[in-house]
Design a protein around this ligand. Structure first.
Ligand code: MP5
Length: 215
């Protein structure tokens, strides 16, 4: 079994819970309560803009052979930010003056802290987790939907063939990195991968139920 498969098996309970989250089912069925998708859109817009810093830090620490793969992800993230801005306009959602929710803030800080304080392989495992989570989640929405969604461009963005190829390539590179890691580093990668899956669950939960600073 490859290391990326081993990770998926290790976090199976968290992954299953993430994919079973009602936010995804209700997005597919078109039954989300008013305003919930818009909460996700606004918070994920902030998340992606912060994600650029995480990727930048990974590039700085990457072995030379991975700089191109990671470097090409930066313009892809800028195109993604354009997609958020164009969808927000279409849906009448304001992107002005948004504050990150506690979950969005914590997840972004987790990514940055990982990239700054953990090994490159550990940080790469977290990147794989975040990308794979979106690929699996939006693919599931796509499979479950029975009619075109007002949010179709987002659904298609993370479930198309190009995104599948990117996630696949991350898995291959992760397996190569893991082959050079000892048992304790592999265990830390697994622990961080599980935390990533937990944050992904929390992000859907935040979108559906709201999540505000109590004070
Ligand atoms: C991604 C995302 C995917 N946009 N938001 C969350 C909460 N997790 C993962 O990352 P990307 O960089 O948008 O492909």
């Amino acid at each position: 079994m490859s290391f990326s498969e081993r990770l998926m098996r290790a976090v199976e309970p968290q992954w299953t819970a993430m994919l079973a989250h009602p936010f995804l089912r209700q997005t597919a069925a078109g039954t989300l309560p008013a305003g919930r998708f818009e909460t996700w859109l606004r918070q994920d817009y902030l998340f992606v803009r912060e994600d650029l810093g995480f990727i930048g830090c990974l590039i700085a620490r990457a072995p030379v052979n991975l700089r191109r793969l990671l470097g090409e992800f930066i313009p892809a993230l800028h195109r993604e930010i354009d997609l958020f801005e164009s969808m927000a306009k279409e849906l009448g959602v304001s992107l002005e003056g948004i504050e990150p929710s506690p979950v969005c803030h914590a997840y972004n800080m987790f990514l940055l802290a990982t990239a700054h304080t953990r090994s490159f392989a550990e940080s790469f495992a977290v990147l794989y987790g975040a990308e794979k989570a979106y690929f699996d989640s939006w693919n599931q929405v796509k499979k479950q939907q029975t009619q075109t969604s007002p949010y179709q461009r987002f659904i298609d963005h993370w479930s198309n063939d190009a995104f599948a190829a990117w996630v696949n390539q991350l898995a291959q590179e992760l397996n190569t990195l893991a082959a050079a890691c000892g048992a304790s580093e592999l265990a830390r990668m697994e622990e961080l991968f599980r935390l990533t899956a937990r944050y992904e669950y929390l992000f859907w939960d935040m979108a559906l139920k709201g999540d505000q600073w109590p004070v």
